[in-house]
Write a protein that binds this ligand. Structure first.
Ligand SMILES: [Zn+2]
Length: 1035
């Protein structure tokens, strides 16, 4: 020891680099420690392979014809699968040693042993060896056959050139190593120690004495450790243990390290590959749980667990077992980690309803925290929805603000939110990340706990044993925070005890990034909106049929399947449009399924409502909204023709179709007048509003007839299409940058293209064509109906652009510092100016069905049937229509689009003027459903609500209800006010009781029912659910 202890002058940089070279996988591996990680090796006995374009189950794959293969072979192309049969015999001389199969190939591998998946093998996920035995015993079998299923895609897909580029369909893959080797556990442990010491030396910096202690300890280890002589290792290990055993003080920050694996349910790879990603990632996690009893793995997204349950039942059973032990912790409570902006309020509720019920059924309990590390925004209604779904805690990551805040929503509900300060959900357990977690904690002095999610993510992969080893070593070491392998429950109870110190955030958490995802892939957005509507209508009509007909069977199972498809598409890389072409195509198939099955279910429910008398086929006009509507509807007539009719249908009910010959009494309503002037301009007037279009289709005037008030700003035109250059910095499908606003170019039409369409009466319209560019064009029909307070713009676009953004603008004769946008179950205000950086950052925002700009006494609302991107700057309302990003889907949004927006000027507030109802009407057209027999002769209403502020959003069968005769009603307050109201029903209700969003009875929530009505009280934007137990069927 005297020699080694001789003090030497140490130069910081050379000492550091000396240690680095000692552990380097690149340099000096002939003599350094890393070079000794593996000892003797030998090739596998035989390797053969079978290549297939399919994703086959194991049993089927192993029956196939395997051909001899060797290391160096290529296979592919992209999205194919190569199955390898690996026959191996461990040399007898290796008795007593730890033996690994070392496997290196491109693509993502999964090892199968005795018919069960046992471990993922992915170079990118640092998993290149599979432990055959941690100690080969004398009598152990030394020969076995394994299978390695290699998917021809990387952890992050197969982008051509860059990660988010469209996949390269021709990519080939190679196996570069397949051998047996002796693994030296003692070398591995020393390597972990030395890397951590290096991390502390570098991370703590040269003005920190602990940094020097770490460096000198590492240097001393290099001095005493001879890689060729394992007998020198214990001395080195003792030096490391002494160092890491030096404890920190009581005030140390505590890091709650949880194993995690963020798997995008579809993104740069198709849905079906995600099924396998789950298996590869989670069997590896199971292995780590077996090896490390203190290791906890948190796992979200019920859909992925459901996939594993049906494709890998053995793995699912293991996960259930580890869940019982508390090592596998299901989190999130949702079906998938959905986008936080675009899904409707009801769809968000269903994420939790489907998710929580699945977790309860499969793992015996519901989740108590919402888990959304990766999303593109956070609705202000999330806290209320979470709380009513049994969730009080929220963990997310995407916001670049790393803070710990209470996060109260639109209605004042509060949940405890945590943003892991390390700014990543894919940590590796390095000192650098641990230090960053402490320094970036925005609530220093308020709370001394934070989360640390480790494991490869996005494309799956998850934690490795090395990461776990690092974190275990850092349990309590002076100079670093305490590190605890922990669970969300432990983290949140620690945070909870500090919560008196935490601050509160009111309103939405707006993500100042990825604002292009409100618009990208317009067909997906349209499918989302349309399918939300279809499922709403099917549930309502099926509920009414259930109440009215003894023989009707509520299609609960089909509806669950269709909802799950819709919820799946609301994943944060699907509905947002940030996925590859393959995924977009699959998403469109899901929507097609919902449309076709949904329409079949609608017909079945309509038939049940009319059942009884035989006779000629009839037509039932159905209103699925909770207020009486009088609208113009195109009715199918014999011979495939249609005729327009003005029909009145009661609230959530039906009316018989008017006879084709009956004249429509228009009075007291004024018919629509259509006049084309000699200059080519057209005026549409229904006595409520007067619309004037110039000869190119621009809106030169929009007047509220009763007051004579003009809604279009002086000297401007509305319905002005504008084109922007749209080149973000990197994230093409995701981001639209503020500078795009500087490239605004109005699309100018040609005079003389405007023509009269429908000539007036119940409907008047004008239409025109517009050349957007050399390659793109649009046509539009501007429609005004009798009695209708808004004018609609039916638009068809043929879109063939690259990196252009199409919007339509309406400069309003209204001035207000803020505009209002619809969100889930309510609305919120955002500024119309760019005073501060916070205001400026919201240059492109999201909204659901409407937005409104109002000053005292007057306003202008812009409604839409399938758009989500919007903005109001100054007095200009702007709706985002189409983008043309090229990555990750080079074909995104190319082709034909159809959508409708509508403009509604109004007096008074938008609430009193009925803007919200108008937006519902645009989205929920009256239905004309054919019936097998005669339609009922009289109109009928199932439900109505006395207050215009309260929307009865959903009527459905309760998830669990005896004999199926319980309905769930969901209502919300939409005006932002305290309201008492009456709910009226004509259904045979036996009992009414309040429940939460998961349909659990509120023990104190019994509602007295008098004269077929019951009283409800709401606070602003409150969502309420109730159970209605129906009387037994009539016969
Ligand atoms: Zn993600």
């Amino acid at each position: 020891m005297a020699m080694a202890a001789a003090p030497a002058l140490k130069h910081w940089r050379t000492t550091l680099e000396r240690v680095e070279k000692f552990v380097s996988p690149l340099y000096f591996t002939d003599c350094n420690l890393r070079g000794r990680l593996f000892g003797d090796s030998c090739p596998v006995a035989a390797l053969s392979s079978f290549l297939t374009p399919e994703r086959l189950p194991y049993q089927e794959a192993v029956q196939q014809d395997f051909r001899p293969a060797q290391v160096g072979d290529s296979f592919g192309p992209t999205w194919w699968t190569c199955w390898f049969r690996v026959e191996l015999t461990i040399p007898e001389a290796w008795v007593g040693q730890e033996v690994h199969l070392r496997w290196e190939s491109d693509g993502e591998g999964l090892v199968w042993r005795d018919g069960e998946p046992v471990q993922g093998l992915t170079k990118e996920g640092e998993k290149t060896s599979y432990v055959l035995t941690d100690r080969l015993g004398e009598g152990d079998p030394r020969s076995m056959t394994l299978y390695v299923e290699v998917a021809c895609n990387g952890l992050l897909g197969a982008g051509k050139g860059t990660m988010i580029a469209a996949p390269d369909p021709e990519k080939m893959f190679q196996v570069s190593r397949a051998e047996l080797a002796v693994f030296h556990q003692d070398v591995h442990k020393l390597l972990v120690d030395l890397e951590l010491l290096l991390g502390m030396a570098k991370g703590l910096g040269e003005d920190n004495q602990r940094s020097f202690q770490a460096l000198y300890t590492a240097n001393q280890i290099v001095n005493v450790c001879d890689p060729a002589q394992p007998e020198t290792f214990p001395v080195a290990q003792a030096l490391a243990s002494k160092f890491f055993g030096q404890r920190g003080g009581e005030s140390q920050h505590t890091i709650h390290a949880m194993g995690h694996c963020h798997i995008d349910t579809a993104w740069l790879w198709p849905f079906k590959e995600t099924v396998r990603k789950c298996a590869r990632s989670w069997v590896t996690a199971v292995q780590l749980m077996e090896q490390n009893p203190e290791f906890i793995f948190v796992c979200s997204q019920a859909q992925q667990l459901e996939w594993v349950k049906s494709h890998y039942p053995g793995l699912h059973a293991q996960l259930q077992e580890f869940a019982c032990r508390g090592q596998f912790v299901p989190v999130g409570g949702t079906w998938v980690e959905m986008d936080g902006n675009l899904p409707s309020g009801e769809a968000m509720v269903r994420q939790f309803l489907q998710g929580q019920n699945f977790f309860l059924q499969e793992f015996g309990k519901m989740c108590s925290e919402f888990w959304l590390p990766d999303t593109f925004g956070y609705s202000a209604q999330l806290p209320q929805i979470m709380r009513s779904c049994g969730i009080r805690h929220f963990l997310t990551q995407k916001l670049s603000w790393n803070l710990v805040n209470s996060f109260p929503g639109l209605d004042g509900s509060r949940v405890l939110a945590h943003f892991p300060p390390g700014d990543s959900y894919g940590m590796q357990g390095s000192v650098e990340e641990v230090l960053k977690t402490v320094t970036k904690n925005q609530d220093k002095g308020r709370t001394n706990h934070s989360a640390f999610l480790f494991g490869f993510g996005d494309g799956g992969g998850g934690p490795t044993q090395t990461m776990v080893d690092r974190l275990k070593r850092l349990r309590n070491t002076d100079g670093l925070p305490r590190v605890q392998l922990s669970s969300p429950g432990q983290l949140f109870s620690a945070l909870e005890s500090d919560s008196g110190q935490l601050c509160t955030w009111v309103g939405e958490l707006f993500l100042e990034l990825h604002n292009g995802t409100y618009t990208t892939h317009a067909q997906i957005k349209k499918g989302n909106r349309e399918c939300e509507r279809i499922l709403h209508d099917v549930e309502l009509l099926s509920s009414l049929a259930l109440a009215r007909s003894a023989h009707f069977l509520y299609p609960a199972a089909q509806l669950q399947d269709l909802w799950r498809l819709l919820l799946l598409n609301q994943f944060h890389d699907v509905v947002t449009g940030s996925c590859i072409q393959l995924v977009a195509e699959e998403a469109m198939c899901h929507y097609e399924d919902i449309r076709s099955h949904g329409n079949t279910l609608l017909s079945a429910a309509a038939a049940a409502l009319c059942a009884g008398e035989p006779g000629p086929k009839g037509l039932l006009i159905v209103n699925t909204l909770p207020w009486k509507r009088t609208e113009v509807l195109a009715l199918p007539r014999p011979g495939g023709a249609h005729s327009l009719a003005l029909v009145t249908v009661p609230s959530m009910g039906y009316a018989p179709a008017p006879a084709p010959t009956s004249l429509q009494p228009l009075l007291p309503q004024q018919p629509v007048f259509v006049v084309q002037e000699t200059d080519g301009s057209v005026t549409l007037d229904n006595g409520i509003i007067r619309v004037r279009l110039d000869p190119t289709g621009c809106l030169t005037s929009l007047v509220l007839v009763a007051s004579g008030r003009e809604a279009i700003a002086e000297g401007t035109v509305g319905n002005q299409f504008v084109l922007f250059d749209d080149v973000p910095l990197y994230w093409d499908a995701w981001d639209v940058m503020d500078y795009h606003l500087e490239t605004r170019k109005p699309v100018l039409g040609q005079a003389g293209t405007l023509a009269v369409g429908t000539e007036g009466g119940v409907r008047g319209s004008a239409w025109f064509l517009l050349q957007i560019s050399a390659n793109s064009r649009l046509s539009q029909e501007v429609v005004l109906d009798v009695g209708c307070p808004y004018v609609r713009f039916h638009t068809e676009v043929h879109w063939h652009e690259a990196h252009k953004f199409l919007k339509v603008e309406f400069p309003a004769r209204v001035r207000s510092p803020q505009a209002t946008y619809e969100v889930q179950f309510g609305h919120l205000q955002r500024p119309t100016h760019y005073n501060t950086s916070w205001d400026w950052a919201r240059f492109e925002v999201w909204a659901h069905r409407w937005m409104d700009l109002s000053e005292h006494g007057f306003g202008l609302a812009l409604l839409n049937d399938s758009k989500y991107g919007a903005s109001v700057r100054g007095s200009v309302l702007s709706l985002s229509l189409l983008r043309a990003p090229k990555a990750p889907d080079a074909t995104a949004d190319m082709g034909r689009h159809e959508f409708t927006y509508a403009l509604m000027p109004h007096e008074g507030s938008f609430q009193d003027a009925g803007v919200i109802r108008a937006a519902y009407s645009v989205n929920f057209p009256l239905l004309a459903l054919p019936t097998p027999g005669p339609a009922p002769a009289a109109a009928w209403s199932a439900f109505s609500v006395s207050s215009p502020a309260v929307v009865l959003e959903t009527v459905k069968q309760a998830e669990t209800s005896p004999q199926g005769r319980t309905l769930v009603l969901r209502l919300y307050e939409a005006h932002g006010s305290h309201v008492d109201c009456w709910l009226h029903t004509s259904l045979p209700v036996q009992e009414a009781v309040l429940c939460d969003l998961l349909e659990r009875r509120d023990p104190a929530g019994h509602l007295p029912l008098r004269d077929a009505r019951l009283k409800l009280t709401f606070s602003p934007f409150q969502v309420r659910s109730l159970l209605l137990v129906l009387q037994p069927p009539p016969n």
